[in-house]
Design a protein around this ligand. Structure first.
Ligand code: EPZ
Length: 418
């Protein structure tokens, strides 16, 4: 496992280009299966999670050619419907392939994706949506088989606005007979990106971005090229790191409309922010003010920003309270921040962060993607050297993270541990 070595104390200053969205790329790469032909994608982040998706597609019989952030996927020769166990476990979000496989082939076999460090990550809502569409799901020895003769459009109401379940229900309905209506759907921008991509392919979907999405089944789709939207969580991550280092940074290739709750909270904490069409400028204050945060489904404050805001607030003036309403185990990283001198106590769904004058470099361990980014952020303001281990988690979701930080003046290196 590798580590980031960070020497704290530098302000972040300059310009940084935000990459394409991980959480939009993954479902769109999966959706390419629905068309037996070629899909060309631009602005795809070159990260471990997209690499894993390509590996799975190749295992199923597709060809994938990647040149930097351009990817050409040819799914015409796919001849398998089973997602390999090992790859399923390496990346739980590969469950998104099931909706596309069963949508096109009326069958799919995969193993339980299993939980991860932020929660149990059940898929009951995905399976309930499939069953509603006439897809039989059976399980044995940890494997799940999905089969059906045909998929008939239906009304699906989600108990919770799950992003993955909404995406899987859409993918399974695109080539169905009739119309599917999903209510209590997730409203995340990545769902709108998926709808835009699928409609460009010839699907008939409307309502993404609202709680009700309608999918009118079509018979065939066509080859398409598409540009992935910017990554709103990467944008939020760099805004926080600039805000907490008394920095002065301009983010390029962002969509400010996707991160209004993040901008609002950063301004509340004392940052000066200027928004233009696809750029955001931020100036961090000498000292941040404590704020309160509640994570909610979109358009509320995103759970993916919770750990990074936690790191940002450890030296703010006053006491901050963060309430995590989405994942039941997403505070693990706070104990690592306490190793650096932070004063965070966890009470159930709340993290109480008492601002301290300074924090100190330490050896700390990443346990999930956004928690890893939070440790790097804390290292930027800590006195001395921070060693953040298990950074493979961070490499899953942030493209060129260390290089982008170095270009903004951070003192960060990657060390290959033996
Ligand atoms: C997506 O995960 C994102 N991942 C997550 O980002 C993000 O945190 C999450 O949405 C919420 O915004 C991708 O898009 C690849 P959910 P997903 O289904 O779809 C419960 C990151 O760091 N639930 O909206 O798995 C679940 O336990 C990652 O980039 C069920 O109960 O999230 C959780 O409490 C982390 N049953 C809540 O819903 C189900 O069948 C939200 O989960 C499905 C979900």
């Amino acid at each position: 496992m590798s580590s980031y070595i960070i020497k704290g104390g530098n302000k972040l200053e300059g310009k940084v280009k935000i990459s394409g969205s991980k959480n939009s790329s993954l479902p769109i790469i999966a959706a390419s299966i629905l068309n037996a032909g070629k899909t060309t994608l631009y602005n795809v982040p070159n990260i471990q999670d997209t690499q894993k998706m390509y590996e799975i597609l190749r295992t199923l019989g597709a060809t994938v050619e990647k040149k930097n952030n351009k990817v050409i996927i040819d799914t015409s020769k796919i001849d398998k419907y089973e997602i390999p166990d090992l790859l399923m476990h390496k990346m739980r979000s590969s469950v998104i392939l099931v909706g596309a496989l069963v949508g096109r082939y009326h069958k799919a076999t995969f193993s339980y994706p299993g939980g991860c460090d932020i929660g149990s990550r059940p898929i009951d809502l995905h399976l309930k949506a499939f069953e509603k569409l006439g897809i039989t799901t059976s399980q044995n020895y940890g494997n799940i088989m999905c089969t059906c003769d045909k998929i008939k459009g239906e009304k699906i109401n989600l108990d919770f606005p799950s992003v993955g379940a909404t995406e899987n229900a859409i993918l399974a309905s695109v080539l169905s007979e009739g119309t599917t209506t999903i209510t209590n759907a997730a409203q995340e921008p990545e769902i709108s990106d998926l709808q835009n991509f699928l409609n460009k392919m010839g699907a008939k979907i409307k309502g993404a971005g609202t709680t009700e999405i309608q999918i009118e089944g079509v018979k065939k789709l066509k080859d398409v090229s598409y540009n992935i939207m910017p990554d709103r969580i990467e944008a939020g991550t760099f805004l926080c790191m600039a805000g907490m280092t008394n920095g002065n940074v301009e983010l390029q290739n962002v969509n400010p409309n996707h991160i209004i709750p993040i901008i609002t909270k950063l301004e509340e904490a004392g940052c000066k922010i200027e928004v233009e069409k696809s750029t955001i400028k931020i100036i961090g204050p000498k000292k941040l003010k404590a704020i309160d945060i509640k994570t909610m489904p979109y358009p509320g404050f995103p759970t993916d920003m919770q750990s990074i805001f936690g790191a940002m607030l450890v030296t703010a003036k006053g006491t901050s309270v963060i309430i995590e309403n989405i994942f039941e185990n997403r505070f693990k990283i706070m104990q690592e921040l306490n190793k650096m001198g932070a004063r965070i106590t966890i009470e159930g769904k709340s993290a109480v962060i008492r601002g301290v004058r300074k924090i100190y470099g330490a050896t700390v361990n990443a346990t999930d993607l956004r928690g890893g980014a939070a440790l790097v952020a804390a290292g930027l303001i800590a006195r001395g050297i921070t060693i953040a281990t298990n950074i493979e988690f961070v490499l899953r979701g942030y493209e060129q993270f260390d290089k982008k930080l170095q270009s903004l003046g951070a003192n960060i290196e990657i060390s290959k541990e033996i």
